[in-house]
Design a protein around this ligand. Sequence first.
Ligand SMILES: NC(=O)c1ccc[n+]([C@@H]2O[C@H](COP(=O)([O-])OP(=O)(O)OC[C@H]3O[C@@H](n4cnc5c(N)ncnc54)[C@H](OP(=O)(O)O)[C@@H]3O)[C@@H](O)[C@H]2O)c1
Length: 337
Amino acid sequence: MTDLHCKYFSDSGEPSLKVITYRNYGPPEVLKLEEWEIPIPKAKQIRIRIVKTAVNSGDWRVRKPDPQIARLYFGLFKPKNPVLGLSYSGVVDAIGEGVTAFQIGDRVLGSKGIKMGAYAEYTIANENSLITKLPEKMSFAEGAGISFGGLTAIDFINRCQIQNNQNIVIYGASSSVGSSAIQLAKHLGAHVTAVCSKANFDLVKSLGADETFDYESFVSETNKNLYDVFFECVGKTEIETNLMYLKKEGNLVLVGATFGQMFQALRLKLFKNLKIHFGPIEETLENLKYLVSLVNLGKYKVNIDRSYPLEEMIEAHRYVEAGHKKGNVVIDVTNES
Ligand SMILES: NC(=O)c1ccc[n+]([C@@H]2O[C@H](COP(=O)([O-])OP(=O)(O)OC[C@H]3O[C@@H](n4cnc5c(N)ncnc54)[C@H](OP(=O)(O)O)[C@@H]3O)[C@@H](O)[C@H]2O)c1
């Protein structure tokens, strides 16, 4: 365990849960271990004993926050909700009145969405929220790793209406979103060109990429006007350059667009009628169930880069914020697999 300090907020004698909080914005060291009372589910709610959660790029961005304008939603001076964590997997351990979709003992996976709160030993979810059963074939780690990159990739891929044999470039292909986009594009029959660090070529090929380039060779060796879709997962490229790689009527996806890029993209959409997709995604239960069904059929892999115990959340945040994870980083809240 590192410098995570434990504060006790549960002195009622009731059973308590461990939770990782951030009471202030800032570096990974703002993350602290606290103990809270275990919540009781209300009507139509279920309580999940979390087995795994994940550290996603969205978590460190909110923690800092980056961009600062995120304070308008998450809290101007300090976080309104002190618990990060979007995705999780676990076991239903209590149900409220009137719950019909789940039973105690069900293995589940879900996403807390932008409200977050999954860095804890227990969470409460409405039975009709973004939560579904974890198939026997899926591990808890895969369950926690699937939703962030998967739901982002599927939403943007759907916006591009990819057709059979179309050419798609996935830039930043080893990322959580990129590793998912490769597989979804392949399912739709696309020819996938993956751009990532050389060290990740084997990984992206194992996920279905037809061709690989590193960032430098892609710029020097690729012809212009070749692609139907340019799927940018990094946010560090120029929009005008990306557009040059596209055929006429091609789709540009800016998954990690900065605010400046969003304004530029909006102008280009409005005045030049270009197909540019950016902005927050819509997380849907339908998409989550679809991703899970693909894993169940052996047609989709959730790449787990590494895992950390809950007590090493600070290290996990440092690693993910460095920006070079391969797929997903999972937190072992318990050691079940
Ligand atoms: N629009 C939305 O709703 C939405 C939702 C989710 C995520 N996002 C955004 O989408 C982006 C990807 O998220 P993620 O979680 O998939 O990322 P991630 O897993 O943390 O991976 C980061 C990726 O960036 C690449 N990278 C880092 N520095 C680079 C550089 N200088 N040049 C080129 N590539 C570089 C890394 O590749 P190498 O290791 O090969 O360098 C890695 O593939 C983030 O910006 C995130 O904020 C947006």
